[in-house]
Design a protein around this ligand. Sequence first.
Ligand code: ADP
Ligand code: 5GP
Length: 219
Amino acid sequence: MPTRPRSRLLLVLSSPSGAGKTTLARRLMERFEGELTFSVSYTTRPPRPKETPGRDYHFVSAEEFALMVARDSFAEWAEVHGHRYGTSRAAIEEAFSQGKDVLFDIDYQGGRQLKARYPAESVRVFVLPPDMRTLAGRLRGRATDSPEVIQRRLAKAVDELGHYHAYEYLVVNDDLDRAFGELEAIYLASRCRWDRKSFYAEQLLAEASSEAFRTEILK
Ligand code: ADP
Ligand code: 5GP
């Protein structure tokens, strides 16, 4: 069997804040360790208590972010909840050069920009909460933001929800195991799309037209 070719897949997860995409993303990263890399975004938002710089985000000043925009360092960037967030182009290319797919936790604006820049590579999944009461409960239960921030995030959630139709897949995150199973299925199926597997078929066709095929295998 020939070595696995690079599938160059960009798996984008978006959702209203609190729907569970961080939880699902972490689990997917564990399940596909070594095959999938998580895109650590740059942001001007201050770190939350349990966040680690370089693992959750690269926390930068507004000036540093503006400089990166001016240098065209971002594959996409957007303003969300009053802060700027962006994905480094270099990080995507590095993951591709290592033969890894990339997982993103970005908003719909970022999803749209990535799809425009990488139309063949991007697969976008929108995570839905089972209902709005549950969404509010999860945001409050997370207890990392103030009540005002939570209210703002709920208002933004309705806005974000309105963009679901731009996505290729929807996953309802009611039961975590079931939702994860669906996400895993989407990722695996995307890797099996013909354009990412044509390498194998071409190898077989090349083998079938070889001298060895005629002289050894056919006889
Ligand atoms: P997001 O990244 O979309 O803002 P998180 O992954 O941080 O959301 O999830 C928000 C909260 O909801 C977290 O406290 C998380 O543990 C919880 N949560 C996520 N998925 C589920 C689920 N299926 N059932 C119950 N709680 C969940
Ligand atoms: P949070 O501040 O809760 O970590 O993230 C707020 C929102 O910003 C989430 O919807 C998250 O998906 C989005 N986000 C995080 N990183 C990026 C990024 O690099 N680009 C874009 N467009 N959105 C991002």
